[in-house]
Design a protein around this ligand. Structure first.
Ligand code: SF4
Length: 381
């Protein structure tokens, strides 16, 4: 790609731009590998603006590896709740435990040891090592790959192993050996702020003069689209119990065999977190839910459960387009369900729950509100 005389000005211009315009982000004010690791994991598939408040809450509660390693999983998930992709939070805690057990609580500083930690892959390890320890390792993540595919006018699916390896070779050759941490952040920053997926701002770009994609007028169409997993429509029904004091029941994070390949696999749709009793429900959702409740609720308590449809909600998890039909079940007292926890319906987030579960709770609350509103309107006529 860039060789010889072009390489030095390319590095100089990109680093100069980064040092002048970089965003002031909380994890950029530290060299603590624990905090850099945490930010890198949170930033996977998530926007910077969304991550900042989570990051700040997290480091306040878990300021170091040991405090995270000894925290109950529920608490870690609760602080993660809303950020999505909850496997990341589970892996963080497991990795913190390994850092304590194998490295005496000191974050490892070599590639193999870092890569051996759960949730850390070929992208995250160079990011931590270069930013926290100044190791000469080039990062190749989605943002960097987009920049490189445009600068080099790389055609075809860049996620194809051969092309991805080619981009890694390019990233290695561009890396500034004097400032590898800043260099990696500069590449990622360019991809995140100017060389964005749609409408790259080439007029403001510090390396526009080196960009083949821009010269050929094809920058915006790169990288070429890859084949997406087709969207699958899923229909679920969820039971929202509500007692006279506004308390409800949530089931614990599902365990057992991994059946991720099934589109309507309930643990995947509720992100393996606390959730309302839920069933796949094509056809007659109320009937399917009743049959689940017959299994969950002791016989003498499930005789006269009345299900009220509480609107419909839509939610997307990866390729799944989910429609949930929540049913509110008003009861004097909540039934006993093995493993279930009582929580206020207004505040289901006291336990770690997914955004889907929050939406279901909101729909059940709004259904009651609009019903009482209607009653009031009728009584005024
Ligand atoms: S010139 Fe445009 S397409 Fe090329 S790297 Fe800069 S922002 Fe991206």
């Amino acid at each position: 790609m860039l060789k010889g005389r072009e390489l030095a000005p390319f590095r100089e211009q990109l680093l100069g731009w980064f040092r002048q315009f970089r965003r002031d982000l909380p994890w950029r004010r530290t060299k603590d590998p624990y905090r850099i690791w945490l930010s890198e994991i949170m930033l996977q598939q998530t926007r910077v603006a969304a991550v900042i408040p989570y990051y700040e809450r997290f480091v306040e509660r878990f300021p170091d590896v040991r405090s995270l390693a000894t925290a109950p999983e529920n608490e870690v998930l609760r602080l993660w709740s809303g950020l999505g992709y909850y496997g990341r939070a589970r892996n963080l805690r497991k990795a913190a435990q390994q850092v304590v057990a194998r490295h005496g609580g000191q974050f490892p500083a070599n590639f193999e040891d870092i890569l051996a930690l759960p949730g850390i892959g070929n992208y995250t390890a160079p990011a931590i090592l270069s930013i926290a320890f100044g190791e000469k390792l080039a990062v190749l993540d989605g943002n960097v790959a987009r920049v490189l595919s445009r600068v080099g006018a790389v055609r075809g699916d860049i996620r194809e192993p051969r092309r991805w390896q080619g981009l890694q070779v390019t990233a290695n050759s561009l890396l500034d050996p004097e400032s590898p941490g800043d260099w990696n952040q500069a590449m990622m920053e360019l991809g995140a702020t100017l060389c964005t997926p749609k409408s790259p701002q080439c007029l403001l770009c510090p390396v526009a003069q080196f960009c083949e994609g821009r010269k050929l007028g094809i920058a915006e169409s790169l990288p070429e689209k890859r084949k997406k997993h087709p969207t699958v429509e899923i229909h679920l029904a969820a039971a929202v119990f509500a007692d006279e004091n506004g308390w409800t029941l949530l089931l614990p994070p599902p365990e057992g065999q991994n059946n991720e390949s099934l589109a309507d696999y309930i643990p995947a749709t509720v992100s393996k977190l606390w959730h309302f009793p839920t069933v796949p429900a094509s056809g007659d959702p109320a009937a399917k839910l009743r049959s689940l409740l017959r299994k969950l609720v002791p016989k003498k308590q499930n005789g006269n459960l009345r299900l009220f449809a509480a609107g419909k909600i839509r939610h997307a998890v990866t390729y799944r387009a989910i429609t949930v039909q929540p049913y509110r079940i008003n009861t004097k007292t909540l039934p006993r369900i093995k493993g279930a926890e009582r929580v206020p319906l207004q505040e289901v987030t006291v336990l770690p729950v997914s955004n889907l579960t929050r939406k279901v709770a909101r729909a059940a609350l709004e259904a009651v509100f609009s019903a009482s509103q209607k009653r009031r309107e009728l009584s005024f006529r």
